[in-house]
Design a protein around this ligand. Structure first.
Ligand SMILES: [Zn+2]
Ligand SMILES: [Zn+2]
Length: 347
């Protein structure tokens, strides 16, 4: 490594991105420096772009982006299981493995989680703990773009496992964006009977159908709750997955589940949101309602394995490739276009 600076996209505020030259992060003990080969856009990144903040703990300006894959260009010589030139993916979180949550196996809820942002840049430095618990080699036949989708798929696998989807189930998914579509691809592989996909945008529903949705329901043109009931002989779906992140769709999910069924509220709502749940639904209806947040190192591993085996073929979700310099344009496209799902940013 002779270069000392790299191109990176800095977020200054609402819809305000600038490409800049910044120092390449310096390696410390047990760390790895990676040249990013692909970073994929994600709903979270889009929210950050539209609202202009990352979280209370990260200060602007900042580099963001968290789904990436690349090639090792430098590493601490103490790490004997990796070497320069290896194709890897890592991040975006690493639990401590020591706190009460980790002790209970709830690694996604770790009290001392470290997070890694900074994928919209030429290089990224992987912290020591992340090298240890959340870094994998990418099999040769898997592209960098596909490997970058390990993170969202890992979140979906965690959710689907918690929702306890069973063979023969009818699953309703609210939201045909990237996360809803990843749920669709995943539950189809679990041997469900049917997947009913609900959205307000026709183009998205058409795409969901191409990816295997059995029924699509456009909530703009018809009463989605009524339609799900019709399609399930009045019972409702066995499992409902909300993949939008609005209190109104969280509540809609409760109206389309059958007695004894499960509702997975997956989409993150604006902070401070609340929903109403009928006690009848939980008591007489025995409905299980659960939320899931993020994912664990175990699911990151499984996700990359399922991508590599093509059990979950994520390739169709990457609808476009753009350069780092075009990131602003990419997010504007994601805001306006009805056809874009994930854009791979290539530095
Ligand atoms: Zn993501
Ligand atoms: Zn922990």
């Amino acid at each position: 490594m002779h270069e000392t600076s790299m191109k990176a996209v800095m977020l200054y505020g609402v819809k305000n991105l600038k490409i800049e030259k910044v120092p390449i992060p310096r390696l410390e003990q047990n760390e790895v420096l990676v040249k990013i080969r692909a970073a994929t856009t994600c709903g979270t990144d889009l929210k950050i772009f539209q609202r202009g903040y990352v979280s209370q703990v990260i200060k602007l300006p900042t580099i963001f982006g968290h789904e990436w894959a690349g090639e090792i260009v430098d590493l601490d010589p103490n790490i004997n299981w990796l070497e320069k030139g290896m194709r890897i993916r890592a991040g975006n979180s690493a639990p401590c493995l020591r706190c009460r949550m980790c002790e209970k196996g709830k690694f996604n809820l770790c009290e001392n989680m470290i997070w890694l942002w900074g994928a919209y840049a030429e290089y990224i430095k992987v912290p020591a703990r992340m090298v240890r618990v959340n870094l994998q080699r990418i099999p040769a036949h898997v592209s960098y773009e596909e490997a970058a989708l390990t993170e969202p798929l890992a979140c979906v696998l965690h959710g689907v496992e918690e929702a306890n989807v069973k063979l023969g189930d009818t699953v309703a998914i609210i939201g045909a964006g990237p996360i809803g579509l990843l749920h669709l691809l995943t539950v189809k592989r679990l041997g469900v009977e049917r997947v009913l996909m609900i959205d307000l945008v026709e183009e998205r529903l058409e795409f969901a159908q191409e990816l295997g949705a059995d029924e699509t329901i456009n909530g703009r043109n018809e009463d989605a709750v009524k339609r799900v009931k019709e399609l399930t002989n009045g019972y409702g779906a066995d499992v409902v997955i909300e993949a939008v992140g609005l209190p109104s769709t969280w509540e809609q999910a409760l109206r389309i589940v059958r007695k004894g069924g499960t509702v997975l509220e997956f989409g993150g709502c604006p902070p401070g949101s609340e929903i109403r749940i009928s006690t009848d639904l939980l008591h007489y209806g025995e409905v299980t309602v659960l939320g899931t947040f993020h994912t664990t190192p175990i699911h990151f591993r499984k996700a990359l394995q399922l991508i590599a085996s093509r059990t979950v073929d994520v390739k169709p979700l990457i609808t476009r490739k753009m350069r780092l310099e075009q990131l602003q344009e990419a997010f504007e496209l994601l805001t306006t276009s009805k056809r874009e799902i994930k854009i791979a940013i290539i530095p």
